[in-house]
Write a protein that binds this ligand. Structure first.
Ligand SMILES: [Zn+2]
Length: 184
């Protein structure tokens, strides 16, 4: 402090504040706003840095269809554990972790469209009681069996039913009595 906080100085400051009402409030709010902007810019730059690293590590274009429009690209959790990761590490935390440690069996770059179709194939298999299996697609991408194949589930069910019928036939053949309504 360049000067001593004398009684007179304190009194002067008090009177100054009375003469200039709202000055401190206004200026500190300006400062806060400025600082917030600065912080936002910093955060934005930081996030952009993380995104750049993710692209460099996991692909600068969609691993399945090849789309390279940055606005459409995301980092996909290959084994659909994104929800769990977001919960554990936070919305940005999981990304910085993925950027810090290269985990090619955990992450891949996909476009939003392929990502959605991949999720769909996963949910559809689970709903039908089937175990989703990863298969290679496109340029080194991974997606679940039945990816973008609308007839897949029907064929799976038909195969499963045929297997079931064959097994039932085998079981019932000795006494030649075939159970009815096997199609249901
Ligand atoms: Zn794609």
């Amino acid at each position: 402090m360049p000067y001593k906080m004398t009684e007179a100085r304190r009194e002067y400051n008090r009177l100054w504040r009375i003469r200039n009402p709202g000055y401190h409030k206004q200026h500190s709010s300006v400062w806060r706003k400025k600082n917030r902007l600065h912080k936002n810019e910093y955060n934005l730059a930081w996030r952009q840095g993380v995104t750049d690293t993710l692209r460099r590590l996991y692909g600068t274009s969609c691993r399945i269809c090849g789309l390279s429009d940055e606005a459409s690209l995301i980092t996909d959790h290959i084994r659909e554990d994104g929800g769990k990761e977001r919960k554990t590490y936070g919305h940005h935390g999981w990304k910085s972790r993925a950027a810090r440690n290269y985990q090619p069996d955990h992450f891949q770059t996909l476009c939003a469209s392929c990502n959605q179709s991949k999720n769909f194939a996963h949910r559809r298999a689970l709903k039908a009681g089937l175990t989703p299996k990863l298969r290679p697609f496109g340029n080194g991408g991974l997606a679940w069996e039945g990816f973008r194949d609308l007839g897949w589930l029907e064929r799976q069910m038909a195969t499963r039913n045929a297997d079931l019928r064959a097994r039932m036939d085998k079981l019932t053949r000795p006494n030649e009595s075939k159970p009815e309504n096997m199609d249901n």
